[in-house]
Design a protein around this ligand. Structure first.
Ligand code: NCD
Length: 324
């Protein structure tokens, strides 16, 4: 079985990946081979010079539709699609259709009439990309929906770890901070457990959702215990915009107990790496010097890997659509 897996993985790194769906809505429901193949193909793209000819998708039309603010995710998708030769149109609907009262279904049908090949959607409500997938003819990528999932972030995080450490299976990975409001945490929990890592969630009780153990993770309310012997410490932003008010901790107090500093990091493995999906609040979830410590911090690599991972996903969705 392992031989077969290796063979398939070798092939997929130099050819497009076929998935079981022409949408990418969540990591939940994907299998190990699909994830591994996307990471391997992205690794191949990451090793190419940026001027290499990867324009396989000429004439392919991508709508980058963002109902929430974004810098790195939106730009990264745009670069990925352009490197594949696609045409990209950015549509910011933060202040537009929603405020004018248009229903999501009407927005979906308007976008459908433009006949895109792919719609990349970020939305403040969980499930919005699923609704688009049900009503549009094109492929849909979830670029973050409410507190639900952010599948491309988890895939780029996995590629970043793979390139630094070489593998995911058996690694101890501590995800620390505002787990309750984080779609990044949820996608990473699914991906890392599917790939055989040992996942720990570290948060104050008000920011730890119930039922996480059912997903195969261990929960810690004390950061020093939660990052002990970890290989990877992944930090999350306090997502105040998704909090109802009562759970907002004071930033100073939060840093004292859940911010990563040298003292807490010294409890992790001596070569443990630090990750953060951004945007990051220095002095709140991470000490500024640690964020900039290029020996330990993979934060810039995460941004870099975003383009390669999104190239591999866009290519895979197009390939899959034409194979079904
Ligand atoms: C994250 C998001 O939007 O969910 N950012 C990102 O995509 N890089 C995390 C966050 O906003 O804190």
């Amino acid at each position: 079985m392992n031989d077969l897996l290796n063979k398939i993985q070798k092939n997929t790194s130099t050819s497009p990946v076929k998935l079981s769906s022409h949408h990418l809505l969540s990591i939940e429901g994907m299998d190990k081979l699909e994830i591994q193949s996307l990471i391997d193909r992205a690794d191949f793209f990451a090793n190419l010079d940026k001027h290499s000819d990867t324009k396989f998708l000429q004439g392919y039309v991508v709508l980058n539709v963002f109902f929430e603010n974004s810098t790195r995710t939106r730009v990264s998708f745009e670069l990925a699609a352009r490197r594949l030769g696609a045409e990209v149109i950015n549509i910011s609907l933060i202040n537009s259709s929603i405020k004018k009262g248009e229903s999501l279904l009407d927005t979906a049908s308007t976008l459908n009439a433009m006949k895109p090949d792919l719609l990349i959607v970020r939305h403040p409500h969980s499930g919005a990309p699923i609704l688009f997938a049900n009503y549009l003819n094109c492929s849909i990528i979830n670029a973050g929906d409410g507190r639900h999932e952010h599948p491309t972030q988890a895939l780029l995080d996995a590629l970043t770890i793979k390139r630094r450490i070489g593998y995911l299976e058996g690694l101890k990975i501590s995800i620390c901070g505002d787990i309750a409001n984080s779609r990044v945490a949820r996608s990473n929990i699914h991906l890392l457990t599917i790939m055989g890592a040992e996942v720990r969630c570290v948060a104050p009780p008000t920011l730890m959702p119930s039922g996480l153990e059912k997903l195969g993770v261990k929960c810690f309310y004390n950061m020093k215990e939660g990052i002990k012997n970890s290989d990877v410490v992944m930090l999350l932003r306090l997502q105040n915009e998704r909090m109802s008010g009562t759970e907002n901790p004071s930033e100073r107090e939060y840093f004292k107990f859940f911010g990563l500093d040298e003292t807490k990091l010294s409890l992790a493995n001596s070569n443990a790496v630090i990750m953060h999906p951004g945007p990051m609040n220095r002095g709140v979830e991470i000490a500024s010097a640690l964020a900039d410590d290029t020996n330990r911090s993979l934060i810039k690599t995460q941004v870099e890997m975003g383009v390669a991972v999104r190239m591999s996903i866009i290519e895979a969705l197009n390939y899959t659509k034409h194979q079904i």
